[in-house]
Design a protein around this ligand. Structure first.
Ligand SMILES: [Zn+2]
Length: 383
């Protein structure tokens, strides 16, 4: 994560001070807090709190122009949501808080039935409302995003869209900033046709669409693509152009593209992932020539499955117009590693309610209070 933040901000220029409300003098427990901070220069439309609509488009365009990508971090509850915002405040915002369907379900509670995605819908909305309430206190811009949604899961997005439409009617902004639709299992024409029909609804309330071409390999959130035909891991420039052309027809439609270039979810031993980010460059060039654009990066790309990638590959992909990099596997590990270290440090104080190395009658309540181990996870994840 430390490495990723430094990498993501490559090429960013002038100072962005997240907000005066965040004290930089407080005793930060993380060694990384002393590292040099580099902040991206944000567009005037982007302020602290949830970023939606034109402000989000401005933010992503600025990232593309300045050559950095925003971390999109998967979360499973308020602990990981808050760790994201803490990281953004301490180490430089903005950040994208990303709900998977399973993560949303977990927020509602794993004991609940979810046969019609009702728990996933309610939990994702609850998590989004949490961010709406507290994001401003962190003083950072937060993008509220949802992750992979395959065709069978569209009722989940329908539920979230209804909540955004209701929110828009009252507040003039949607509840969510962006949704990913991953219809890469379907033929290209069907994939883009479904995306287009959703983008028409999204555009009316200022939600951005992220769509997927090709397939991200590996396994995540219950979707196993470990055995997929390897040719499908590499998107063709013609497919990117077709999608660009189709989705550009939607009035006020805003979109980003998750074009696979050998990406794989999860962490693997070196040599097992063959990234070809040149696919992104070739796609940009192809679109530019087709539409006669002045820009050499007409498409905004996002990077899935980046865990374990080399710094060079990540920087190269950012240079090709990647504006967001997903992070899940590494922050899952970071959260656990914080809990693990806490347990290791206080092991002898965590074996019973009473009795520790200081005496057989000493109470251990302050050590097993769940906030202690969870906070250790949050701090580790934020760092
Ligand atoms: Zn992904």
């Amino acid at each position: 994560m430390k490495l990723a933040i430094a990498t993501l901000l490559v090429g960013s220029a002038a100072a962005f001070s997240p907000a005066a409300t965040v004290s930089r003098n407080s005793a930060l427990s993380m060694s990384t807090a002393t590292e040099e901070k580099t902040y991206a220069k944000l567009p005037a439309s982007v302020t602290s709190g949830v970023v939606t609509g034109q402000a989000l488009v401005d933010l992503l365009d600025a990232a593309k122009d300045q050559g950095y990508a925003i971390p999109g971090v998967n979360i499973v509850g308020t602990n990981s949501i808050n760790a994201c915002m803490e990281a953004a405040a301490k180490y430089g915002g903005p950040i994208m808080v990303t709900f998977s369907k399973g993560g949303g379900q977990f927020i509602a509670g794993k004991s609940l039935p979810n046969d019609a995605d009702q728990a996933s819908i309610a939990g994702t909305i609850a998590g989004a409302k949490h961010v709406h309430e507290v994001a401003k206190l962190y003083g950072v811009p937060v993008v509220l995003h949802t992750d992979h949604c395959q065709k069978a899961w569209l009722p989940w997005i329908d539920g979230l869209l209804a909540a955004s439409e209701e929110h828009f009617a009252k507040e003039g902004v949607p509840l969510f900033s962006s949704h990913m639709l991953d219809l890469s299992e379907e033929p290209l024409e069907e994939n883009i046709s479904i995306c287009k029909s959703y983008l028409e609804k999204f555009a009316k309330v200022g939600i951005l669409l992220e769509f997927e071409l090709g397939v991200t390999g590996g396994e995540e959130d219950g979707v196993d693509n470990t055995d997929v035909d390897s040719s499908r891991l590499y998107t063709q420039p013609e497919e990117v152009f077709y999608s660009y052309e189709q989705l550009s027809q939607v009035e006020n439609g805003a979109f980003t593209c998750a074009a696979s270039f050998g990406n794989v979810h999860g962490v693997y031993a070196p040599g097992n992932v063959d990234l070809q980010p040149i696919i992104l460059y070739n796609s940009q060039k192809y679109i530019q020539e087709k539409i006669g654009s002045d820009s050499d990066k007409p498409m905004k790309f996002v990077f899935h499955g980046g865990s374990g990638s080399s710094v060079e590959d990540i920087q190269y992909a950012i240079g090709a117009g990647v504006v967001k990099m997903n992070i899940d596997t590494d922050t899952q590990w970071a959260f656990w590693d914080g809990v693990r270290a806490y347990e290791a440090k206080y092991h002898d104080y965590l074996q019973g309610q009473i009795g520790n190395p200081e005496g057989d009658d000493k109470p251990n309540k302050k050590y097993y209070d769940p906030r202690m181990s969870l906070r250790a996870g949050e701090e580790s994840m934020a760092a």
